[in-house]
Structure formats: structure tokens, C-alpha cells
Design a binder for this molecule. Structure first.
Ligand code: ZN
Length: 287
């Protein structure tokens, strides 16, 4: 068992390492067009690591879960694909695996919360000329509703809208390493994927439950830590705004009721915290 450090967490028998593809800094109005910049000011002191002036500094996180000699990685970052929503993305995830001494060939399962570009970017080794799969011994898992949505004729006919899918998702199918899920699925002992549609049609979250300890990986249900408080702000990446809000409220209520740690790719690195109440409002707070 590795010694505990700032980017590791133990939930019962499940060991978690927080990894990052780096972060991007951007104007929040791109993703929250109806929310004026000043609306975020009350959060500046609470999340100093998340703000650069009035801009967001958004982590592009991945997580490695180790349970009973099985390893699951959740999401694969944005990758070295240049700008993301108009701002440069660093593409550091492979280096971060190396820094943390986690061999890419030790991963058994790659769980994709959903098929947006900042979660699938390193499915393939974009730094190698032949672009092999990044995790040579892994099955890649995604909900079939996301596969069906992102590979629909309508989306594939749009060269811009389908760029990510063509580049980072279709090759998984072609190489026979993709397994679709149609509902709740145990990925390893104590690690269960379950559908939380709204952000995308097949968005999934993870429940980590071991020895009476619990954690929930909520994917992009929380695209930023502030959404634990401001659940109703319109978040344009949500495929279905109403379902997105409903999923957000449901999983936050669940986490609060079960006293579960809440993990997310876009929560402040290393990406986990608890829900607290302060002045009658709910906040995510880093551990
Ligand atoms: Zn995302």
C-alpha cells in the first residue's frame, strides 16, 4: 500500500489516486451565459484555487481506483489537442501517470463518465505516431445511450461536432476494446457505475462503497465546485438542462444523506471533498 499523500484517498478497501491532465483557465460566461461574472464573487474566498481574477481555473482530472488487485481509471482528460473552448489545454495526463508511478498497463478498466472531449482525450496515445490505446490491458466502458447519441448519423455528419468522437471514441470500437453498459454495472469490488443522465444521455456516476465508507464520483454533474451550491444555474454543456438540474440535486441529496465523499474531474485538484452546510446553504468543501 503506498503511503498516503495529498492526492490519495482510502475508502474502505478501495484506494484512490487523483490525477490531472492539467487545468484550463477560461471566461465562465462561455459555460454559464446567463450568469454575470459578479455572481461568482461570493465564491472567490471559498475557492481561491479555482479563480484567476474573475476567470475559472478548471481542473481536468482523472481518478485511479485500486480494489482487490483490479484497477479502474475514470476518464482520460482532454489530451494534447490544443484549445478547449478557446483556451489552451496542457495535456499532461500521461506524465502524471508516470509521476505517480502508475503503469498504464496495470489498468483493467477505463470507465468513461460520458463522451465529451475533456473526458476521452487520452483514450489513445496521442503522443505516439501509431496512436495505440493508452491502456493496453483495459476494457473501455461507457453507457450505450452515450455511444448511441455521439455516434448518431446526425452528429457524425457534423465534422466539427463529431471531431472528438471520430478521433478518440470510434477507434475503441474498431479495435474491439469497447464494452457498452445498459445500466448499473459493478466494475470492481466496491466500485459500481450507475446512470445519471442529463449532462449527456448516458452520463454515469460511480458509487464507491467499502467497509461502511462511501464516495460518489459525480462526473460533470458538478462541472465546477460552485454548482454544489448553485444547482439551478443554466450550464450550457448539459444536453438536457432540466434533467441536468434534477441529476445534480438528486446526487447531492444522496451524498449528503449517506455522508459520502464527493469526487469530480472538475472539482479542485485532487478532486474530492465533503458537503457542508453554512448559513443554510450547501457547499462542496475540499478535504
Ligand atoms: Zn467535463
Amino acid at each position: 500500500m503506498p503511503a498516503s499523500s495529498h492526492n490519495t484517498l482510502q475508502i474502505g478497501d478501495v484506494h484512490i489516486t487523483g490525477l490531472t491532465d492539467g487545468s484550463i483557465t477560461f471566461d465562465p460566461r462561455i459555460l454559464f451565459p446567463e450568469t454575470p461574472l459578479e455572481a461568482w464573487s461570493p465564491f472567490h474566498d471559498r475557492f481561491p484555487e479555482y479563480f484567476e481574477g474573475q476567470y475559472f481555473r478548471n481542473n481536468l482530472g482523472s481518478f485511479v481506483f485500486t480494489s482487490n488487485n483490479q484497477r479502474v481509471v475514470a476518464d482520460s482528460g482532454y489530451g494534447p489537442h490544443g484549445d478547449m473552448i478557446g483556451y489552451p489545454a496542457p495535456g499532461e495526463l500521461i506524465k502524471d501517470f508516470e509521476r505517480n508511478g502508475i503503469g498504464l498497463d496495470t489498468i483493467n478498466t477505463v470507465f468513461l463518465t460520458h463522451l465529451h472531449g475533456d473526458h476521452v482525450g487520452w483514450n489513445l496515445r496521442e503522443d505516439l505516431p501509431e496512436r495505440p490505446v493508452t491502456f493496453p490491458n483495459a476494457r473501455y466502458r461507457v453507457h450505450e445511450a452515450d455511444w448511441n447519441h455521439f455516434t448518431s448519423k446526425e452528429l457524425l455528419d457534423d465534422p466539427v461536432g463529431s471531431e472528438t468522437t471520430q478521433r478518440s471514441v470510434m477507434p475503441l470500437k474498431e479495435q474491439g476494446v469497447l464494452d457498452l453498459m445498459d445500466g448499473e454495472t459493478e466494475l470492481a469490488p466496491g466500485i459500481t457505475a450507475f446512470p445519471t443522465p442529463g449532462h449527456t444521455p448516458g452520463h454515469m456516476s460511480l458509487l464507491i462503497a467499502s467497509n461502511n465508507k462511501r464516495a460518489l464520483l459525480v462526473g460533470d454533474i458538478l462541472g465546477s465546485p460552485m454548482q454544489a451550491t448553485e444547482t439551478e444555474y443554466r450550464y450550457t454543456p448539459d444536453w438536457n438542462a432540466e434533467m441536468g438540474i434534477k441529476a445534480r440535486k438528486t446526487i447531492l441529496d444522496q451524498a449528503e444523506k449517506e455522508n459520502a465523499i464527493v469526487l469530480g474531474s472538475h472539482l479542485s485538484y485532487p478532486g474530492w471533498g465533503t458537503l457542508i452546510r453554512w448559513n443554510g446553504r450547501r457547499y462542496w468543501q475540499a478535504l
